[in-house]
Ligand binder design. Structure first.
Ligand code: C2O
Ligand code: CU
Length: 474
């Protein structure tokens, strides 16, 4: 390790661990040092086993996998246009990589073993370095043995600040996830079992905010909070409702939308993010945040209590429209149309035979399992789609199964044009689109980022059991 590593490790600590990625709302983040566009922001991430007080006393701590000893990993923060450099050190007993979910980066930095880099072996290192073209809320996680590695806690948030961020009283990150915990608060085994793989995936029995079973969260009277939600769970889909607390949707998967009330609930499949504006009312108000995505299984996620002194109001007026990211606008008319049909899963024909072969799911009839089996770029993944650099494409996605799937595409952001044939008013930019059973969606993007890019369901047990493919942009 070179000399700056220790210093950079501490810097990462100051931005994430020290600032208290603890229960509930994260305290104000460290202000960015004045940095010119094009500056390099450098961190070291050491993947290593550790312990975390997930449930809290009197329950024992939980053995987890961490970055820099922290669960979730440190919050990485940089400014749009800067270069992020991360020195990754693998001190796990298994090979790993880091994928930068949602970041439009050069292919060689995408962290996909067998496609963009060899796996980083135990004791190995890899330097990731890329420019951050888009502002917004992103996250990072391994892309190898994902069900087990994320299922033990390897993930963290990556925030890219706008060049001139709109004013909020506080900027808060909630990394949402869950664990399957036993009575002794240890993570249960059973990763990779075919039952989870063929059904809804590994859904935990313990939901966490920033790695802790949440306690009550305090908002100050009248304060306006930018709440950044990241769904880092293996399989759980959330629909968060904020009760009577005014909540406005500002961005999806990092990319701004026209501000719209989040009163219908904020749906987040695994991998997805949302930025909200929360507007606290008067002293003494209480609000319960409920997750009611799964029918008949609604539960209280956390209570928000409005109390204390008002902040010096920095944020006022109508909800801010965040500045657009520099995305190339696809031209759907006349674009080449490609089909992506997801098949398989429990209750589909032919399942028994497929499951015996370790595959429960298919894309266009093909199951791709064995991520990184070859170890070097090119072997494990022959691309299903070949796209010409600079052209517009429309994918017609069809979920021909009885299960919901959050479909994620690397390397690009796409507009969601329609759901079930109904055009969307906002046509939001996303990197992950949630398709309910039997649903169809049209998505469009410009193939402006050359390389081999993964396309997969972000329910990690589905991904590993076949719901994965790739496209080549050349
Ligand atoms: Cu969040 Cu292919 O990953
Ligand atoms: Cu899926």
């Amino acid at each position: 390790m070179v000399a700056w590593t220790r210093r950079r490790f501490l810097q990462a600590g100051a931005a994430g661990l020290g600032a208290g990625l603890g229960t509930g709302l994260v305290p104000p983040l460290m202000p960015l040092s004045a940095a010119s566009a094009g500056a390099v922001r450098e961190f070291t991430l050491v993947a290593q086993p550790g312990r975390a007080p997930v449930v809290g006393a009197p329950h024992p701590e939980t053995a987890v996998w961490t970055y820099n000893g922290a669960f979730p990993g440190p919050l990485l923060r940089a400014r749009q246009g800067e270069t992020l450099r991360v020195n990754f050190v693998n001190r796990l007993p298994d090979p790993s990589t880091i994928h930068w979910h949602g970041i439009r980066l050069p292919n060689a930095m995408d962290g996909v073993p067998g496609l963009t880099q060899p796996p980083v072996p135990p004791g190995g290192e890899f330097r990731y370095e890329f420019r951050l073209p888009d502002a917004g809320t992103y996250w990072y996680h391994p892309h190898l043995d994902s069900s087990r590695q994320l299922g033990r806690g390897l993930y963290g948030a990556l925030i890219v600040d706008e060049a001139a961020p709109p004013a909020f009283d506080r900027d808060v990150v909630w990394v949402l996830s869950d664990f399957v915990l036993g009575a002794d608060a240890s993570i249960a085994g059973g990763f990779g079992n075919m039952f989870d793989a063929a059904h809804a995936g590994r859904i935990g029995n313990t939901v966490m905010i920033n790695g802790r079973v949440p306690a009550e969260v305090t908002l100050r009277p009248g304060e306006r909070v930018r709440l950044r939600l990241v769904n880092a769970a293996n399989a759980r889909i959330f629909r968060l409702r904020f009760g009577r607390l005014p909540a406005t949707l500002l961005a999806l998967d990092g990319h701004p939308v026209e501000p719209v009330s989040a009163g219908e609930g904020v749906v987040l499949g695994p991998g997805m993010r949302a930025d909200l504006l929360l507007e606290a009312g008067a002293d003494g108000e209480r609000h319960t945040v409920v997750d009611d995505y799964y029918r008949g299984r609604a539960y209280r996620l956390v209570d928000l209590a409005v109390a204390g002194a008002s902040p010096i109001a920095r944020a006022q007026g109508a909800p801010p429209r965040l500045p657009d990211n520099p995305l190339a606008e696809p031209v759907p008319e006349g674009a080449e149309r490609l089909k992506l049909v997801m098949g398989g899963g429990a209750m589909s024909p032919g399942m028994r035979e497929a499951m015996r072969a370790g595959a429960a799911w298919t894309i266009n009839g093909k199951a791709q399992t064995g991520h990184a089996a070859g170890g070097h770029a090119g072997h494990a993944h022959a691309p299903m789609y070949r796209l010409r650099l600079g052209r517009s494409y429309v994918f017609e996605v069809h979920n021909d199964t009885r299960w919901p799937h959050p479909l994620h595409i690397h390397g690009v952001a796409f507009r969601v044009l329609s759901m079930n044939g109904r055009p969307l008013a906002q046509r939001p930019w996303r990197d992950t689109v949630l398709l309910e059973p039997e649903m169809r969606a049209e998505i469009a993007f410009v193939a402006d980022n050359p390389g081999d890019w993964m396309i997969h369901c972000h329910i990690l047990e589905h991904q590993e059991a076949g719901l994965m493919t790739s496209m080549r942009i050349e």
